[in-house]
Design a protein around this ligand. Structure first.
Ligand code: SF4
Length: 430
């Protein structure tokens, strides 16, 4: 078996670790945190997400979910609007009634999330109190939790962070002196989870859990023996809550591309005393496959320029992958929030001099984008159509969140998400 060379640059500061960041505040074009329900309801199979919101919220999640593949979807909206303060008692009993009906009709639900939104009628409702009241009523068969997906408090992927953080207080405590256990944090497609589980086993790490779990009854215990490996860059609150329960965060880049995945696994290997040799042996076949597939994508992407509008918080890891493994030229990398601690390893790998921006003033950013004339723009749905009509090629950021892109076997699929719009544009131009 061929050994692979594992890059070690992430351990040292460099790249964009201390790079200046343009901070902008102004009008922004980003989805709210309700969007996370679209992938979370597929992940936790016995959970249900009840959005307490308006018709706008119902419309958003229905259209973001696209065509429903489930006869019985695991989310719904309780429409609480057109009520004044005097109607609050009614709103609470209405909510209790909706939950009662739902749980009677869907006995398979074991975990119910009440998801807050931004209409003022909803903000006046105390959803934490409602969740605890309903939890007592339906205990022990159903746990009821709450979090906010409101557009005032959350953007897009922050909904997942809020959802996972709401589950942390309910995680069981690990037994005293329990052996070290790896907890991979962040919703991943089942197929990706299974691949990682196999790799960890081949490396010699047997005790691995994933959070969120596939079933509500399978909550990982947490405590000082827990080693956290973040699979997504947008989980700052969840990581903090788990650390407050005694867990230790393993600094690592995110598992995008061959390099990111290798360094991510390497962080786990080091924490569990696994030798470089054992790591190399476990990852070599998948690495070779992925590198061969990426070489083909590189032919289409090398030297092409890319501009990121802030959207999913995946921008920095994606930019690192596209620049280092595919030779793309980064014109601007915008992100809604730049969490320096969780992204330290990523920033160290970004090419020096990369233009970073945090937050958004959409008009100013559009001006910069038009002036730069990138080969491809990564942005939200709201910006994609106008930019396409101006002749720019776009990639919807939301697709990058919905598609399995982590790990070795998905590296080429991830690259293809960027080659496809370029090829389509070339065909249109021909
Ligand atoms: Fe709109 Fe707020 Fe509902 Fe999101 S939570 S869909 S931003 S009203």
């Amino acid at each position: 078996m061929n050994a692979v060379t594992i890059p070690i640059r992430a351990a040292s500061a460099g790249g964009c670790s201390d790079a200046p960041v343009l901070r902008e505040r102004g009008q922004h074009e980003v989805f709210c945190g309700l969007t996370g329900i679209i992938w979370l309801h597929r992940k936790i199979q016995d959970a249900f997400f009840l959005v307490v919101g308006s018709r706008t919220c119902a419309h958003l999640i229905q259209s973001a979910a696209g065509v429903m593949i489930f006869a019985e979807p695991r989310f719904a909206t309780a429409i609480i609007d057109e009520r004044d303060l005097a109607g609050l008692a009614d709103a609470n009993s209405e909510l209790d009634r909706v939950v009662q009906q739902l749980l009677a009709r869907r006995p398979e639900i074991k975990l119910l999330f009440l998801v807050g939104s931004c209409p003022s009628e909803v903000i006046k409702l105390d959803l934490a109190r409602a969740a605890s009241r309903l939890s007592t009523t339906f205990s022990p068969s159903v746990r009821v939790l709450n979090y906010s997906g409101s557009g005032i408090e959350t953007t897009f992927t922050q909904g997942e962070d809020a959802c996972l953080a709401s589950m942390v207080p309910g995680l069981p405590a690990s037994a005293p002196n329990a052996p070290d256990e790896l907890l991979v944090v962040g919703a991943l497609a089942d197929v990706v989870e299974d691949q990682f589980l196999r790799l960890f086993k081949q490396m010699g790490i047997e005790r691995v859990r994933f959070f969120p779990p596939r079933r509500a009854s399978d909550m990982a215990p947490v405590g000082p023996n827990t080693r956290l490996l973040l699979a997504q860059p947008f989980l700052a609150d969840t990581a903090r809550a788990l650390q407050a329960r005694g867990a230790t965060l393993l600094p690592a880049p995110f598992p995008l591309g061959v390099e990111g995945t290798t360094l991510w696994l390497q962080a786990a290997a080091r924490a569990f005393g696994i030798s470089e040799l054992a790591l190399d042996a476990a990852v070599a076949p998948a690495t070779l496959r992925a590198k061969a597939a990426l070489a083909r994508a590189r032919l289409a992407l090398e030297g092409k320029s890319i501009f990121f509008f802030p959207d999913s918080q995946l921008e920095i890891p994606l930019a690192r992958f596209l620049a280092r493994e595919l030779g793309m030229h980064l014109l601007e990398v915008g992100t809604p929030y730049l969490h320096r601690q969780n992204l330290a390893q990523e920033l160290a790998l970004l090419p020096e001099g990369t233009f970073l921006s945090e937050g958004q003033h959409v008009e100013k950013q559009l001006e910069r984008c038009r002036a730069a004339q990138p080969d491809i723009v990564v942005c939200g749905l709201g910006l994609a159509n106008p930019l396409e009509s101006e002749g720019l090629t776009t990639k919807w950021a939301i697709e990058l969140v919905f598609t399995p892109i982590q790990g070795f076997d998905q590296a080429a699929d991830l690259a293809e998400l960027f080659t496809r719009p370029l090829v389509r544009r070339m065909r249109l131009a021909a």
